[in-house]
Design a protein around this ligand. Structure first.
Ligand code: CTP
Ligand code: MG
Length: 231
């Protein structure tokens, strides 16, 4: 069975931890804005029918991206739509996005604009693993570092077991109705899966990739530049 999937891209953040005056999704990576790399990787996946980017209502930069985007933007423009309904938190941006579009039984694939190193092949595998699943799921990675609990005073209180612990990434994919209901009921969820869990479901963990990093700090931007120059 092949599914048609809608990708929803939260891109309404300000990038405070990165500390540049330009929101990080617009920072340059090897000649194109960071978000263009993200969108290009998703646009290569033909089972994604449409890519909807959630921008801030105050966004000042998307227009320039379109105007100066040249052939890279031309190739994307047929697949990408924007809606300026971003909110205070990532959860608000995703939920506002869902409330602005109308689908019923469709898979919604949420992917952070700030993860430009996602590989199309990994997205294809992710869809293969989930499209017949009854819940949906997320890319995630088993922890590789040893985990310490602090005592509140920069001293180790304890080493924790990392067995069965995963780091959540995006994409995360769930059916429209369930996802909207779950996020509506979970104002503090930091990802989609957390909201789905709170409804009593168990999202499937699909093996992610350490290269699929979220650009959060300046060092992540350097790493993303290196990773994308290789591919
Ligand atoms: N995001 C969003 N709306 C918000 C906050 C975040 O759409 N109110 C988006 C970001 O644009 C990003 C993704 O959610 O693509 C992941 O969020 P994060 O890495 O936290 O980005 P920022 O919130 O921009 O960064 P920071 O937390 O450092 O300010
Ligand atoms: Mg944030």
């Amino acid at each position: 069975m092949s599914s048609k999937i809608i990708a929803l891209i939260p891109a309404a953040g300000t990038g405070t931890r990165l500390g540049d005056s330009l929101p990080k999704q617009y920072l340059d990576i090897n000649g194109a804005p960071l978000i263009v790399h993200t969108l290009q990787a998703l646009a290569r996946v033909l089972r994604i029918e449409k890519i909807i980017v959630v921008l801030s209502p105050e966004d000042q930069h998307w227009r320039g991206l379109v105007a100066n985007g040249g052939s890279a933007w031309q190739a994307l423009s047929a697949r990408v739509e924007t809606i300026n309904v971003g909110g205070k938190s990532r959860r608000d941006s995703v939920l506002n996005g869902l409330n602005a579009i109308e689908f019923k039984d469709q898979w919604i694939m949420v992917h952070d604009a700030a993860r430009p190193c996602i590989r199309s092949e990994l997205v294809e595998q992710f869809i293969d693993e989930l499209e017949n699943d009854s819940v949906g799921g997320l890319l995630a990675l088993p922890l590789s570092d040893t985990i310490k609990l602090d005592d509140g005073n920069l001293r180790v209180a304890k080493t924790l077991s990392r067995e069965n612990i995963w780091r959540a990434q995006t994409p995360q994919m769930f059916k429209f109705d369930l996802l909207r209901k779950a996020l509506t009921a979970s104002p503090n969820a930091t990802d989609e899966a957390e909201a789905i869990e709170a409804c009593g479901h168990q999202p499937k963990l699909v093996m992610g990739d350490s290269a699929n990093l979220k650009v959060t700090y300046a060092t992540d931007l350097k790493l993303a530049k290196m990773l994308l120059s290789e591919s």
